[in-house]
Design a protein around this ligand. Structure first.
Ligand code: JCQ
Length: 208
């Protein structure tokens, strides 16, 4: 993100939801209707922050996509990161406490989960999305205008990679990688990708 920003390829702005809370106490959360432990973020406050972000964006003549970070969202995948990388502007809404008043759902365009675990707030989930999306933008990390995937490895785990030294603590670099036969090397890498995927992530094979 730092390099993308310095190169003028991306920008990131952080907003404090609390600044959109009315009154001198700037109250952002309240106890849940129906009772129960914890606090719930107030929908009017989060909505006001979203509207302020949308207005900044509208001044720049584009339409932001508003995404709520939530364990109940659509799972983040590489395909979803690709989709998001086509958007001009994303507004990533980070809840805290036990959650946000459920009425927020109709006020955002999408809800995304970065995995089946619960964070104390959406900020780390937002950073994960920023990282996964920015690296796909043209010009970032040496991306060409249309980053193309090698057709074989798509959806599979990477093949193992090696560099010097040739032998380390009794582990040698596979012989096939040393002899310069590129057809042989490609075939070996394909086979390694498939074997590793079958062993570690068979769910990825069932998808394709
Ligand atoms: C995102 N996986 C986990 C925590 C409630 C909007 O409601 C809530 C949001 C959070 C923050 O996000 C996550 C998360 N993907 O915990 C609780």
């Amino acid at each position: 993100m730092g390099r993308a920003r310095a190169a003028g390829l991306a920008d990131l702005r952080v907003m404090d939801i609390r600044e959109h809370a009315p009154g001198k106490h700037r109250q952002c959360d309240d106890s849940p209707y129906g009772g129960g432990a914890g606090m719930v973020m107030k929908v009017n406050v989060v909505d006001a922050a979203i509207q302020a972000a949308r207005e900044q964006d509208a001044e720049e003549g584009s339409q932001a996509k508003v995404i709520l970070m939530s364990p109940a969202g659509r799972p983040l995948t590489q395909a979803l990161a690709q989709e998001l990388s086509q958007e001009k502007h994303l507004i990533l809404v980070c809840g805290h406490y036990e959650g946000i008043d459920a009425r927020i759902e109709s006020l955002v365009d999408d809800e995304i989960s970065i995995g089946d675990f619960v964070l104390t707030g959406g900020e780390l989930a937002a950073l994960v999305i920023v990282d996964a999306v920015i690296r796909l933008r043209p010009g970032v990390l040496g991306n060409s205008a249309s980053p193309e995937e090698e057709s074989f490895s798509e959806g599979l785990l990477e093949y193992p990679q090696y560099t010097r030294p040739r032998s380390y603590k009794g582990q040698d670099v596979p012989e096939v990688l040393l002899n310069g036969n590129h057809a042989h090397i490609d075939a070996w890498r394909e086979q390694q990708s498939l074997q590793r995927t079958r062993a570690r992530r068979p769910d990825l094979l069932k998808q394709n």
